[in-house]
Ligand binder design. Structure first.
Ligand code: MSP
Length: 525
């Protein structure tokens, strides 16, 4: 494991309000960032908004506000959502900020001088009312604008291009030498077959048909193409090419920092092809991994505001708290595959994992310790085979969890913890503490309580990057001092004797699936 960790989300277009699909990626990054911090890895977590481009300019005009006013309002909403989701980002970059704009202009100048970029002509099908170029496939045989459906005509405009062939050998080498550069591994073939092997045209990196973008100093009628502007956020946010570049030195230049970009499948090619080429042009190191996650749909349909089917996390958080929402996103489907949100799935996931497994184990254990030991966690004395089996399983769970998290498989890591909790629930059935109590087998009964407490608290540590609100509540109901909350203590078996437990309200009350389904469906629009 490298000593440092730099993780980024894509920067979101503030052209629509954030929905649960956007929250998905940010939450997964947050979980990974919190996990690394918990392991003592120096971590930097970046997110932000991608605020330039024609679409934003058009939306602002429709609303009768300036583009800046428009993005200010939506960027603030994104930030509010991240607060509500308890996202622990270290910075929030906005591409309209001066710290970004100036550096992007410098980068463009560098590319021009370095002969990576040349001025040429962009040719395509042009729609005059929409002021947009379209490709052959987009206009179809009838040659109609895909947006307004009016006829288009062949046209060309002056534009800058980035030479794609120049760094292609470097990109191929990068992919060959680093089998984990694109993850999941299956995405690599897709990238090669769909894009790279078909040949790469030079990339058009400027526009003259609108002006809401970063101006090219050398030729001010051009603005920089939004992807060149957007991708560079990952380094401008760290202070690349600025007076204070200490974060850049620390988290980009240091080979002992693992750099991970997490992106949705729809934007993977920009990160896997263009971004490494831009970095090569700048003479900078490559990220270690680009992890491509799947897309979340709503009841089987693509989420989109215009179709009227999006779910905002806010009303869910207000009703259920943030943890069930974070849990659903992390656990419902494997990171890297496509997934679904539906009201039933949400209610059932909350019930199965949080109420019936984790929550139930906690409430049973707390009540038994209160009933049989006056609320004081007993010491483990002369443990038997069953206790030893759980100790071994706990160690195995910890190491599997760590390996899976480090390998960017958080869903599977959490599943291991759920299995451990299941075993602990079964251990109650097998040992039947109520019988041990009746028979006066106090030492055996105490061991069961000590082992259950240990399982709960080890699991709480492992789940704490996800369950940010509940983990502190569990610690407080078991009276765990700060020292014992530290991750380093995780390998001690049953160090919790003498702690005083306190019965509280159920952490995860069981949801009535029918009632909650109706409620959630009423807020999806
Ligand atoms: N601005 C660009 C990214 C630039 S990064 C240098 C962009 N923005 S976006 O707002 O359209 O999308 C941002 C991210 O949100 C993408 O990774 C996209 O995959 C993700 N998602 C948008 N809808 C989603 C779902 N329904 N499900 C999962 N992720 C989704 O593209």
């Amino acid at each position: 494991m490298k000593k440092k960790f730099y993780i980024t989300t894509p920067i979101y277009y503030p052209s629509a309000e954030a929905h649960i699909g956007h929250a998905y990626c940010t939450t997964m990054c947050d979980i990974l960032a919190r996990y690394k911090r918990m392991r003592g890895v120096e971590t930097y977590f970046l997110t932000g908004t991608d605020e330039h481009g024609q679409k934003i300019q058009t939306k602002a005009a429709e609303k009768g506000v300036t583009p800046q006013e428009y993005v200010d309002e939506i960027a603030a909403k994104f930030q509010d959502l991240w607060k509500a989701m308890r996202i622990s980002n270290d910075d929030f970059i906005r591409t309209t900020q001066e710290r970004h704009v100036r550096v992007v202009q410098d980068i463009f100048t560098h590319f021009l001088k370095n002969d990576d970029i040349y001025l040429g002509k962009y040719e395509g099908w042009y729609c005059t009312p929409c002021e947009s170029f379209w490709t052959e496939t987009q206009v179809g045989e009838e040659h109609l604008c895909p947006d307004c459906h009016r006829p288009v005509h062949r046209d060309s405009e002056e534009a800058y291009f980035f030479k794609m062939q120049k760094y292609l050998p470097d990109l191929m080498k990068l992919m060959d030498e680093n089998p984990k550069f694109i993850l999941p591994i299956s995405r690599k073939n897709e990238m090669m077959n769909t894009f790279i092997n078909k040949g790469l045209d030079d990339l058009c990196v400027s526009r003259t048909s609108f002006d809401w973008g970063i101006q090219i100093r050398e030729n001010p009628k051009h603005v920089i193409y939004v992807w060149l502007d957007a991708l560079t956020n990952y380094i401008t946010a760290l202070g690349y090419d600025s007076k204070d570049d200490s974060l850049f030195k620390k988290f980009w230049e240091d080979p002992d920092c693992e750099i991970v970009h997490i992106v949705g499948a729809d934007i993977s090619r920009f990160h896997v092809i263009y971004w490494p080429m831009f970095l090569k042009g700048l003479g900078l190191r490559m990220p270690d991994r680009v992890f491509v996650h799947g897309l979340l749909d709503l009841n089987g349909e693509k989420m989109s505001k215009s179709r009227g089917n999006v779910v905002s996390p806010i009303p869910l958080i207000e009703r259920y708290g943030v943890d069930p929402v974070r849990w659903f996103l992390a656990k419902e489907f494997s990171f890297g595959t496509n997934g679904r949100f539906s009201s039933e799935l949400f209610a059932e996931r909350t019930n199965t994992d949080l109420a019936n497994n984790y929550g139930n184990l906690i409430s049973r254990t707390v009540s038994m310790i209160s009933k049989y030991f006056e609320g004081v966690v007993p010491e483990l004395k002369n443990p038997g085979e069953k206790e030893e089996n759980i100790r071994v399983l706990t160690e195995k769970t910890i190491s599997q969890y760590e390996a899976l998290m480090d390998d960017l498989k958080p869903t599977e890591a959490l599943e291991c913890v759920m299995e451990l909790l299941n075993v602990a629930n079964k251990y109650i059935e097998e040992t039947q503490p109520w019988v041990l109590a009746k028979e006066g087998k106090t030492e055996e009964l105490g061991n069961v309580m000590a082992v259950l407490t240990n399982t709960i608290l080890v699991s709480t540590k492992l789940l704490s990057p996800v369950l940010v609100e509940s983990a502190p509540k569990v610690y407080s109901s078991f009276g765990v001092p700060e020292e014992l909350q530290k991750y380093e203590t995780i390998h001690q078996f049953c160090p919790y004797a003498k702690l005083k437990v306190e019965k509280g309200a159920a952490l995860f009350p069981r949801l009535d699936v029918k009632v909650e389904t109706e409620y959630i469906d009423s807020i999806s629009k």
